[in-house]
Design a protein around this ligand. Sequence first.
Ligand SMILES: [Zn+2]
Length: 328
Amino acid sequence: MTSISRRFLFGAAAALPAYGALSTVLPGAASAGLSPIGQQVPGLYRYKVGTMEVTAVSDGARTSPLADGFVKNASLAEVNAALKAAFLPEGQITAQFNPLLINTGGKLVLIDTGNGPQSGGATVGQLMANLAWAGVKPIDVDTVIISHFHPDHINGLRDDEGALAFPNAEVLVPAAEWAYWMDEGEMSRAPEARQAAFKNVRRVFKDIETRVQRFDADKEIAPGITSVATYGHTPGHTSFVLASGNDKVFVQADVTNLPALFVTHPEWEVQYDMDPAKAIETRRRVYDMLAAERLLVTGYHFPFPALGHAAKDGEGYRFVPADWSPVL
Ligand SMILES: [Zn+2]
């Protein structure tokens, strides 16, 4: 047995009985039998960007009924037609959540933190379990970078007791995002529907103001990781470019929500876009750039492992998933 598979078996898996008996999950294990296991395998996918090692770490996925108003400027019939065209079930939406772990060579960096701890049976909040499968302990993470302050990106900063989930990590946040959400005036002027998000931001960042570092756009904020202003989805929504050697990946966060809807129809307004006109302008600018430069992109809400390219396609774009690779 190699040291890696030993670590996999006795380190990560031992802490995770939820993934089922080891004899049934490990390939080649004795007496696996023919019983269905009934659970998904770990949500991890690894790739290299130059000398950086990147791991897509799934936080899970959530399915909800397609609400009228999920796309503010398209009818339910139009949205269902787009779902059908992508061979997805009509009348429902499945959002995936894909934090990204980056080993820069000197530092272990996590971009976004998922939905945080959930009660039993939840299909999200799986970041910690998947990190454990990857052999990463929360104390190993040096830096957490946040793209924006919506709950599905920041709630994983706290564990189920409210303590810091990554106790040794510095926390880097977009300065423009912090300025908006921490402003009492903005909170008092915000519509009722947004009050919960303001309160959640205050809960998550309570008492850690001093360890949070705010960064500006177009700055290298960690080795090989540069912030890119992609405002519109939220006032300080930020994407990132990972660059090493000749390799580059654009980490778009929520420039588009589900690719089957919003890459295909970049003019559609997802209900979470706080400044829809600006979000559309940003979407066009980013996707024109991705298509022209043939740049790899990873999207937080894309289907796992959320990596691929964008091609121009009529008035919109087409997401082309990258091939799975068995080697790094
Ligand atoms: Zn999101």
